[in-house]
Design a protein around this ligand. Structure first.
Ligand code: MRU
Length: 383
């Protein structure tokens, strides 16, 4: 695969897909090497997700769906009916969901894909029809994610611009982990908002944390910011409070792996401490995420399953890929995510607008927002 595959908007693409072929940018090698791995089936997709070749909630969901689309497109002979095709796909999807538990986008995608194939099987007897319906639906997910991220960027940029005390001032934004082109099908969520603020000419500076232990901030976000000439500064995770105290941050924007019905949000470990610091310094703290990151089945963040990753990520450099740096024999606790309570979140920027708290309330009405947004979408289709 050619180095540095770029999307139309010139950002680096983590997912390169055309029907029958999928390559994933090996994000473990960035920023030093740009290597794409061929993904031929769901097993390759599962391995790539588990081993962090591809990461970031939306990218994981799309990569999983497309890995199975490639497998299905190569099935020259399938001995079975449309119902057999549904069982085949459903089992593979269930397996793919088991790769990483915290991000809801992957299970949301599989629920939607299962609905598509069941619908196809209800009107067809041939397996081929079900496979085609699956491939088309997975391809639409890839396309829709970029559109959705651009909408998040635009809502986020307007929100922040409206908050500027006077029109001449620029703003500086702190972000965490990587939520850009590399974590999505393109453009990004929280980093997409930073891109949009920069494009509209009001970004003073983006600050990105290193995001230990896997360094998604220093390896990936810093790489995206530098590639696009966005004014940016890297800080150690532990420097965030001091940066806020120095008055150098106007807003914090992060992504999400799962937003519970009350607005509690799971995101990369360290997000919660940033929210606590932001509240202490009276700095707005925003989550930017597609509605596919919302999980209305969970009343609060307490029910979110937090993935714990290998001790090696802390014991060795480069998130476990390099040489040993910690004392042999030390025990390790390595949760990959934490949950930020809704009380610390100022607003949730989605592709349908910003979810805010009602005046005087400390709670979000996420279900109300989602239902209204899906009603509006239905109205648009009907008219
Ligand atoms: O472990 P990762 O790198 O998959 O974690 C990624 C994050 O926590 C992101 O902030 C989140 O998935 C949103 S990506 C648009």
């Amino acid at each position: 695969m050619a180095n540095g595959a770029q999307s139309e908007d010139k950002t680096l693409q983590s997912i390169c897909y055309k029907r029958g072929s999928l390559q994933l940018l090996d994000q473990r090698k960035l920023p030093l090497e740009t290597i794409y791995l061929d993904i031929k089936n769901a097993q390759d997709g599962w391995d790539a997700i588990k081993e962090m070749v591809v990461r970031g909630a939306p990218a994981i969901a799309i990569a999983a769906a497309l890995s199975l689309a490639v497998e299905v497109s190569k099935l020259e002979t399938f001995n079975g009916t449309a119902q057999d095709a549904v069982s085949f796909i459903s089992q593979k999807l269930e397996y793919l969901v088991s790769s990483r538990p915290t991000a809801v986008n992957l299970s949301d995608a599989t629920t939607k894909l299962n609905e598509v194939i069941k619908k196809a099987a209800s009107t067809a007897s041939e397996a081929k029809t079900v496979f085609e319906a699956y491939i088309e639906a997975a391809e639409i997910m890839l396309k829709d994610d970029v559109t959705c991220n651009k909408a998040i960027g635009s809502y986020g940029a307007s929100l922040l611009q409206n908050q500027l005390p006077d029109s001449s001032r620029k703003i500086s934004i702190l972000t965490h982990c990587n939520t850009g082109s590399l974590a999505t099908a393109g453009y990004g969520t929280a980093l997409g908002v930073i891109r949009a603020v920069h494009t509209s000419g009001v970004l003073e500076r983006a600050y990105c944390t290193e995001t230990r232990p896997f360094n998604q901030g220093s390896r990936l976000t810093a790489f995206e910011l530098v590639s696009e000439n966005i004014p940016a500064t890297l800080i150690a995770d532990s420097a965030a409070a001091a940066l806020m105290k120095a008055g150098r941050v106007n807003a914090v924007i992060v992504g999400a792996d799962r937003v519970a019905a009350n607005g509690d949000t799971a995101n990369k470990i360290g997000t919660y401490s940033l929210a606590v610091c932001a509240m202490h310094h009276n700095i707005p703290f925003y989550v930017a995420a597609p509605l596919t990151s919302v999980d209305l089945s969970l009343p609060s963040g307490e029910q979110i399953v937090i993935e714990e990753r290998s001790a090696k990520e802390l014991l060795n450099t480069r998130g476990g890929l390099g040489e040993q740096i910690a004392a042999s024999g030390i025990s390790v606790w390595n949760p990959a995510f934490d949950v930020t309570p809704a009380s610390l979140i100022s607003g949730i920027i989605t592709e349908k607008g910003v979810i805010k708290k009602d005046d005087g309330s400390d709670a979000f009405d996420i279900a109300g927002f989602v239902h209204k947004a899906s009603g509006d979408a239905r109205d648009t289709i009907l008219h």
